[in-house]
Ligand binder design. Structure first.
Ligand SMILES: Cc1cc2nc3c(=O)[nH]c(=O)nc-3n(C[C@H](O)[C@H](O)[C@H](O)COP(=O)(O)O)c2cc1C
Length: 367
């Protein structure tokens, strides 16, 4: 199969080698995901903190999150017959509830990140895992993490994930690296890709199953996509480019913060999730650095590891504020190349230009 024409995850056929990365809180909802899926890519709804959004009550909590996720999946389904996914973070207290909801709603695929999916969460059992039509794809940032997950699933479930996403150090949002290792040569996306493919070959052979690898983090244009496909990826995952689209579910202020950013404005921050993250620098982040942003309360304990008495700020509140356009009380996560964005386009236009660039670059690489 010509790699530029799409890829398969089991019986799922995606007509483009492009996955739109799930982006929370509320950045990729049904609007963006359905538009990407409709244009032939794989559109992903973020399940993080939906109850924090005004339209789902604004107070957080597991029940509001479940209702929000159900509503977003159903809305996206009405808008497109394309391939749709849900992104779920293991670091959240309602990880199990979100996974169960996505499976009940028969989403095509779940992407599981911000922690390693080994032991199944409460509410999801092995029978559910092996009988559902929903596919599973963990998100990892090292060959070691891939090995750990696949070995665990092999040993305990006699079943392996259907695909894998690898996220390199240039990605947006939370990063699966220690802050001081982001620049290490072993941590480039290309090196991780090589290592992960080598880990997967054992399991592909054992299960007689192809495990597609989706590589993301800093992928900006068609040349980047061609290069990763050439190096062995089956598809790419892109987040930042999809933020700067009309259909992206974030506020215009959020999108404009990318457009007005310069290279030096893209910074690494510490998140209460326990991982570093990449964001557009702003007054709010300056205040966090100066210790002026202590959370005064906790609406509900969204993160397994967060103690609001110790946390430097409330990340759920900050990200929701930014999504809704209040960047004085929050900040925008972004990928390392966000500063290159110079305008907002329609998803279809973005995908058309990526396709053209990809085809031209691919032809050159074949010569
Ligand atoms: C605003 C924003 C929010 C994100 N939120 C999440 C998230 O909730 N869960 C997740 O797994 N990845 C998240 N990511 C990572 C993206 O899904 C994607 O993998 C990554 O941004 C790819 O790098 P790129 O932005 O350079 O294309 C986020 C990225 C951005 C830019």
């Amino acid at each position: 199969m010509d790699k530029t024409k799409g890829f398969r995850i089991g019986n799922l056929e995606i007509n483009l080698p492009i996955v739109q990365g799930g982006m929370g809180v509320g950045i990729s909802l049904s609007g963006l995901a359905a538009s990407v899926a409709d244009a032939g890519g794989l559109g992903v709804i973020s399940s993080v903190g939906l109850g924090m959004l005004d339209k789902y009550g604004g107070k957080g909590g597991s029940i509001a999150n479940i209702e929000g996720l159900r509503a977003e999946i159903r809305k996206a389904r009405e808008l497109t017959s394309g391939v749709l996914g849900v992104n779920i973070m293991t670091a959240l207290n309602d990880f199990g509830a979100m996974l169960k909801t996505a499976i009940q709603e028969q989403i095509d695929i779940v992407f599981i990140g911000a922690g390693l999916i080994t032991k199944l969460p409460e509410g999801v059992d092995l029978n559910m895992l092996t009988t559902t039509k929903t596919k599973f794809a963990p998100i990892v940032s090292s060959p070691r993490a891939a090995d750990l997950i696949f070995r665990y699933w092999d040993k305990h479930y006699h079943h392996i994930p259907d695909a894998i996403v690898i996220e390199g150090p240039l990605a947006g949002g939370h990063l699966g690296f220690k802050r001081d290792t982001l620049d290490e040569p072993v941590n480039t996306l290309e090196e991780i890709l090589k290592g992960v493919k080598s880990v997967l070959s054992f399991f592909e052979e054992k299960y007689k199953q192809i495990i597609p690898v989706i590589a993301g983090g800093g992928v900006f244009d068609g040349m980047d996509i061609a290069s990763l496909l050439h190096k062995g990826a089956d598809a790419v995952q892109m987040g930042t480019r999809f933020v700067a689209t009309e259909e992206c579910d974030a506020s215009d202020e959020f999108k404009q913060s990318y457009i007005s950013s310069k290279k030096e404005d893209i910074v690494i921050i510490n998140s209460p999730v326990g991982l570093p993250g990449r964001a557009v620098n702003c007054q709010y982040l300056e205040e966090v650095r100066n210790g002026e942003r202590k959370p005064i309360n906790c609406l509900w304990k969204c993160l397994k590891t967060c103690d609001f008495h110790q946390a430097p700020y409330c990340i759920a509140r900050a990200l929701t504020n930014a999504q809704q356009g209040n960047l004085k009380e929050g900040f925008a996560f972004c990928g390392a190349n966000a500063y290159k964005i110079d305008g907002i386009v329609k998803v279809k236009e973005l995908i058309e230009s990526l396709k053209q660039e990809l085809n031209t670059a691919w032809e050159k690489l074949q010569k």
